[in-house]
Design a protein around this ligand. Structure first.
Ligand code: URA
Length: 205
């Protein structure tokens, strides 16, 4: 990572990428997190799934999407026929950002500067995996990939093209679904989310 500091893109051998992410001090978020959480999955995956950042449980486990949002994702993915083990699953930001509240650690959204700093690693993962399709979950992933996280509810279900031609299918973040208080609206948004995951499966088939 020190060596890589002068490079405009990460150029190490692919086996070294997780360790380089673990050693990252590009922004202050590493100071309070337990560890960085690099992406996991086959490096030849056709589908790359990008979330926001590790949550409390991911920070402790060192793996993406293992907490409540990941469990919801897994349930909907199964219904949609999306096999998560076949995808490369990662986050826009690799360290957990939180504020301490007693014994709890309350999730805080990464800001644009943190997203921009960490895009270095997302770009490195993209360059390695070269996915056929990226599924962006939520506004932070949308911002990291497309430059803006605005209007995710309007953009969800649509495909945007990145500069290198990679299509990005936009979807909401599963924790948005977990937070929806109205059962009817939650059901509606869950159905849309499932349809988006189904579309991702069809697009990489
Ligand atoms: N939310 C995310 O965006 N990513 C995770 O890994 C966990 C929760």
């Amino acid at each position: 990572q020190q060596l890589a500091a002068h490079m405009s893109a990460w150029e190490g051998p692919k086996e070294a990428l997780p360790a380089a992410i673990h050693a990252c001090t590009r922004c202050p978020l590493h100071q309070n997190a337990t560890q960085a959480v690099p992406g996991v999955g086959p490096l030849d995956a056709a589908l790359m799934i990008v979330g926001e950042q590790p949550g409390d449980q991911e920070d402790l486990a060192g793996l993406p999407f293992v907490g409540p949002a990941g469990q919801l994702f897994d349930r909907v993915a199964e219904a949609a026929g999306l096999r998560r083990q076949e995808a490369f699953v990662t986050n826009a930001v690799k360290h957990f950002k939180f504020s301490p509240r007693g014994k709890r650690r309350l999730h805080q959204r990464p800001n644009s500067g943190e997203i921009e700093h960490c895009r270095w690693w997302l770009d490195a993962e993209r360059a390695l995996v070269k996915p056929k399709l990226i599924l962006a979950l939520g506004a932070t992933a949308a911002e990291a990939l497309t430059g803006t996280g605005a209007d995710i509810l309007r953009r969800r279900g649509t495909v945007e093209q990145l500069a290198d031609g990679t299509p990005v299918l936009l979807a909401v973040h599963p924790s948005f679904l977990l937070r929806l208080p109205d059962p009817a609206e939650r059901e509606r948004q869950m159905a849309l989310f499932e349809a988006d995951l189904r579309r991702a499966v069809e697009m990489v088939a």
